[in-house]
Design a protein around this ligand. Sequence first.
Ligand SMILES: *Cc1c(COP(=O)(O)O)cnc(C)c1O
Length: 611
Amino acid sequence: MSPETPAISRPEDVMLEHYDAALARHGDTPQGALWPNAADRNTRFDVMLDLLADQAGGPVVLCDLGCGTGELLKRIHERGLSHIDYLGVDRSRSALELARAKFPGERFVELDVNSPGADLSGIECDFLVANGLFTVKHLMSHEDMARFLETTVGNVWPWVRRGLAFNVMSKVVDWERDDLFHASMDDMARVLHKLAGRRVRMRADYGLYEFTCYAYKDPPPPAADAPPEASTSESDVVRVLRPRLPTADELLPYLRRIDAARIYSNFGPLALELEGRLGRHFALPAGGVVSAGTGTAALVGSILACAGRARPDRPLALMPSYTFVATAVAAQECGYEPHLADVDADTWLLDPCKLAGHPNLDRIGVVMPVATYGRPVAQAEWMQFRELTGIPVVIDGAASFETIAEDPSRFLGPIPVAISLHATKSLGTGEGGCVATNDIGLATLIGQALNFGFHFSRDSCAPSTNGKMSEFHAAVGLADLSGWELKRRAFRRVAERYRSGLTQAGLGAQLHCAPDICSSYVLFHCRDPGQSARLQEALKRHGIEFRLWYGLGLQHQPYFSRSEADSMPVTDALAPCLLGLPMALDLPDAVIDRVVQAVIDGTRRCLPHAV
Ligand SMILES: *Cc1c(COP(=O)(O)O)cnc(C)c1O
């Protein structure tokens, strides 16, 4: 026993010693983990992984409680289950050391889930398996072992989003070994029922003297011989964007916190936690992120705080024509009329150097550079612009949640960046948004502008609106942020498949997708409007939706068509050519390949006529 091992305080502590002794004696072998042989152990692994049987495609976090030296991960690799994001948890430091050495870069956590103050948030997962954690009881009494089992599964269950599985030794055997935990199926049925009502299952058909217990939060998956759920067939239309936000089960822990606190809005605890976590994500000082009811509200709050409402001598908001209408809508809500400018052909962004000499500057009250499709806007040159002209700047960074986090020192600063958390953007709350800045005083003013001009009192002191985020939306945001790494990777898989498919076809240079732009967009850059029209026809023929996400530019939106505008050579050329292709974080490979095929078809089709 090493000197730092705590004194034995609970019956199960004896087990840790027992396992460490076996590991020391037999090394990293099945015997070292108290398994008789490797073949049986693989059978058990496979039966455990049955828990995920209906999860063939989508990414899942799997927590392996009592992971030992991480052999389950080896099995996962052998079986090519690349959608599993593995997390090993154990109390044994020596076992974890071996595991980490075998699987560098994988997550292995030392944690005692039953210790009174244990923070279990780190084990939040879709599925949890405890393989062999409850089969050996060694010197423990049957009652102590039963208590250990029930406490353990009860403690972890709130952190499991979809289901858990564990195994115990059977009582239906010729003889029961004293050192093993032989549990009755009725007792285990009661344990499972407490967790999951009737959403439970047991399996004892795999030839070993044990059985495996499963508890699910959703209804259990269909049995292996049931007909598969109808999936997207070849003839189904492929939708251009199918967002996925956290499920009801993933939201439940957060909704319970709302029930307990009875605070539903007004920068409540969940909204503040979301602001804090987003701030850390962006490496901003505390208070640097303000939540908002929508991305548009985030813009309105920023404009009101930086520039106030439009004044007769400065009635205009300078913005690119090539943007989503929300930019103009936000400006109008603050009393400004848009003045539309053209973007740079390479960056698709407003060029501050060019605009510093704009003839209308003396009538412009606010400038709104847009992070086009999430391409981030650098702070430095706009700060120069602001200094030079004295005109406030607010960045519409609606789709730039990911890209600004790549280099916060460059893309975040004194100029506020309004971010959308709409379901169709990469991180989502349904409807929602936030503003990010390192100017904490400004952030406070923005919060005030979004809350009736109140600040520590009910006196309305500044131009304002009601643009706050509700606690329910914050709950969605917190849950989505918890799963963000997985969501990001799932998006990235789709982008990479588009990239490799189109690159093989020699069309890679015409593709724009993450990480250069926001993950929820996949854009095909047609050579000219003619190619775009042909490709659109081909996509229609193949039953594939597409979208010009920003339309043809604001000057073509009926309501904004009479806005003051510069000449628009770049926007006019670019807008019809940037064609949005289907994206969803779980878009099946076969569907991506179908879209790629349609793009090849649509871009090659007329070549014979052209020559
Ligand atoms: C999505 C988007 C917005 C608006 O955000 P909402 O959350 O929908 O209000 C604003 N500007 C741009 C460029 C966007 O893409």
